[in-house]
Ligand binder design. Structure first.
Ligand SMILES: Cc1cc2nc3c(=O)[nH]c(=O)nc-3n(C[C@H](O)[C@H](O)[C@H](O)COP(=O)(O)OP(=O)(O)OC[C@H]3O[C@@H](n4cnc5c(N)ncnc54)[C@H](O)[C@@H]3O)c2cc1C
Length: 327
């Protein structure tokens, strides 16, 4: 019966392996998996699910999540709405647009400001929710407004109303579903954007593990200002790092200048690079990546993540916070 109702809104599958839809290639069965490609249908589906009190979970590109081995009991809503439009210096993109495609569109139409997006997997809806960013840029720098579904209504939020923070936004703390986003970029006549984008891609290929399934960075970089009180009371963090790792004094100075300590560096310094549990392994290339060697379970990853946090805390005294969404 529910299966038939869901067919009014998109393509429905039952008992669909989430591992097929996450870049980590991990995750049990979704009881129902609905792929929606029209925004109107998405709104209709969300209203239907809310009206019936049916549990649901949103998935875009599945590139920032760890799905449980036990799967999801309820409806997984796979957003695949893909319309986009360029108007002068603005790009309107539906939530399911692929971030890389929007970054490429911006380059093709002579716009600058979103070059960093060429290497970020997933959808623009997922990028807005997590305030995705790379190479010093973040999506909040370009968001003009975001249209969301909230409690049966469709509303628009301005940039400040999205309460963006480092890998954070209001959407991480509420149940809004992002329907579309409007980005404001700048016009450029030169070809520097393409050159910059290419350099970004080359840098990523060099510094991130290639050829393995992963979900990007597991932890947020450590924001020093958020922990000032803690650090003052425990010890002088900077001096402690300099005493322990004098060979990295330049790096440490840089971290304190920008206010963030690289999580990958902390993992490496805690001696966790290359550590493996089951088929999940901390990448040898980048300490903030856990790679699936083939057949890793969510439990393997969670145990590894806990072990990393414990070791970073006991060795260095800081508590890492997960960037990924665990469901
Ligand atoms: C190899 C690799 C490299 C990466 N590099 C970067 C990087 O440089 N910078 C960076 O910031 N991230 C990076 N990531 C992480 C990831 O690409 C981003 O976080 C991305 O924006 C997630 O989008 P998604 O559509 O895949 O989200 P999903 O993984 O599908 O979802 C993530 C969370 O967002 C929610 N969500 C998704 N869409 C919506 C929506 N429309 N409305 C409401 N909630 C929604 C989901 O419910 C879930 O809680 C990387 C990932 C990989 C695998």
């Amino acid at each position: 019966m529910l299966y038939k109702d869901l067919q009014n809104f998109g393509a429905v599958k039952s008992n669909e392996p989430l591992a097929k839809h996450t870049t980590f290639k991990i995750g049990g069965l979704a009881e129902y998996f609905v792929t929606v490609s029209e925004t109107e249908q998405l709104i209709g589906l969300l209203r239907f699910l809310d009206g019936q009190g049916i549990a649901y979970f949103i998935i875009g590109g599945g590139s920032n999540m760890l799905a449980a081995d036990t799967g999801f009991h309820g409806v997984v809503v796979h957003i695949k709405t893909q319309k986009s439009e360029v108007r002068d210096m603005e790009i309107m993109a539906e939530a399911g647009c692929i971030t890389v495609a929007i970054a490429q569109l911006s380059l093709q139409t002579g716009l600058t400001g979103f070059e960093w997006g060429v290497g970020v997997p997933g959808t623009i809806g997922g990028a807005v929710r997590g305030n995705a960013g790379a190479m010093g840029g973040e999506i909040r720098d370009s968001v003009k407004k975001v249209t969301v579904y909230r409690d049966g209504e469709v509303i628009e939020l301005s940039n400040p109303e999205c309460k963006f923070g480092y890998r954070d936004s209001i959407f991480k703390n509420n149940s809004d579903v992002i329907l579309s986003v409007e980005l404001t970029l700048k016009k450029t006549a030169d070809q520097n954007g393409r050159k910059k984008a290419l350099e970004y891609l080359q840098y990523r290929n060099k510094t991130q593990p290639q050829g393995f399934s992963s979900t990007g960075c597991i932890f947020k970089n450590y924001e020093i200002k958020n922990h000032e009180w803690e650090n003052k009371n425990q010890f002088n963090l900077k001096q402690n790092l300099l005493d322990k790792f004098p060979e990295d004094s330049e790096k440490i100075a840089k971290f304190f200048a920008i206010g963030k300590i690289s999580a990958g560096w902390l993992v490496e310094k805690a001696g966790m690079k290359g550590i493996q549990i089951g088929q999940a392994k901390v990448s040898e290339t980048h300490g903030n990546f856990v790679v699936n060697l083939g057949g890793a379970s969510a439990v393997d990853v969670i145990r590894l993540v806990e072990q990393i946090k414990e070791k970073v805390y006991t060795e260095i005294g800081v508590i890492l916070e997960e960037e990924i969404q665990i469901i």
